[in-house]
Design a protein around this ligand. Structure first.
Ligand SMILES: [Zn+2]
Length: 279
């Protein structure tokens, strides 16, 4: 049997790219806030390199415009590039027309920074859900073949969504949906493969969850942000839910992530898709 392929993904954004964070982190302030993307992405690149892991980086177009050299560094390290939107706005907040404009702007910025046309997308805050399934139609119309925006958890997604790769049909053609890894714990579905769930879980528990997916012949999809590895993260006052999502158990995360990276095999999303037969 072929070795199971798990995907490691990164949402490359600034620490202040937090949807719904309020005035202090509003777009008008972005160019005045301290940039941490270069420093923290390099820390992550070193971790990935030490573990011999290549990943998919979903890059915010606004970041690519300001850090073209960083995007080039990511690409030259063998990682795959996708879009995380241009101004890090939730799909359902933008609506159809502004979502399409934002996606196009990110494609343009990433074409300049990475020298390629991107075809993979992840919406900020997993914001393709029942409020915005039209976004998949637009992505397909704009030439995207892979989306990784639909989280099978409540709050940002829906626990009824499929947990593993599947095809979504749109009027413009099929698009492959690559959900992030979840687990049933504490009587709820928790984000085992990203965010607070990944940061709070022991590497052993994460690896056991990945192994269980692989035994069912399914890949696990993990995601981290560079800002989760910031040795001195800027502190801002956030609403309670966002504070938890952003700051909970950052301490020691770099070492735990290293153990997860070394504990099984990971590759970019494109390699996972090439390894699995078409459904
Ligand atoms: Zn994001």
């Amino acid at each position: 049997m072929a070795e199971a392929r798990n995907a490691f993904t990164v949402d490359l954004e600034e620490w202040f790219h937090i949807c719904g964070a309020g005035d202090a982190l509003a777009f008008d302030n972005w160019d005045r806030l301290p940039s941490r993307a270069d420093l923290t992405t390099r820390i992550l690149l070193d971790l990935l390199d030490a573990a011999n892991v290549r990943a998919t980086f979903f890059v915010v177009g606004w970041v690519a415009e300001r850090h073209a050299g960083l995007v080039d560094l990511v690409k030259r390290a063998g990682h795959e590039i996708g879009s995380h939107g241009h101004l890090h706005q939730r799909a359902f907040d933008l609506g159809r027309d502004r979502f399409r404009d934002d996606v196009r702007e990110s494609v343009r910025a990433l074409s300049v920074a990475a020298g390629q046309r991107v075809t993979m997308f992840r919406a900020p805050e997993w914001s393709i859900n029942t409020r915005s399934t039209w976004a998949l139609d637009i992505l397909a119309e704009e030439g995207f073949t892979v989306d990784a925006s639909m989280a099978p958890v409540k709050l940002v997604g829906d626990v009824s969504y499929p947990r593993y790769p599947h095809i979504r049909t749109t009027p413009a053609g099929p698009i492959k949906e690559m959900p992030p890894l979840v687990a049933d714990r504490f009587g709820q579905v928790m984000p085992m493969g990203w965010g607070w769930g990944l940061r709070m879980s022991s590497p052993d528990r994460v690896l056991r969850t990945i192994a269980a997916a692989n035994r069912a012949d399914q890949p696990a999809v993990l995601m981290v942000h560079p800002w989760e590895l910031d040795p001195d993260p800027p502190r801002v006052r956030l609403p309670r839910r966002l504070h938890f999502a952003h700051y909970f158990r950052l301490s020691g995360f770099r070492a735990r992530l290293r153990d997860v990276l070394n504990g099984t095999s990971f590759c970019p999303l494109g390699d996972v898709l090439r390894a699995s037969p078409e459904p």
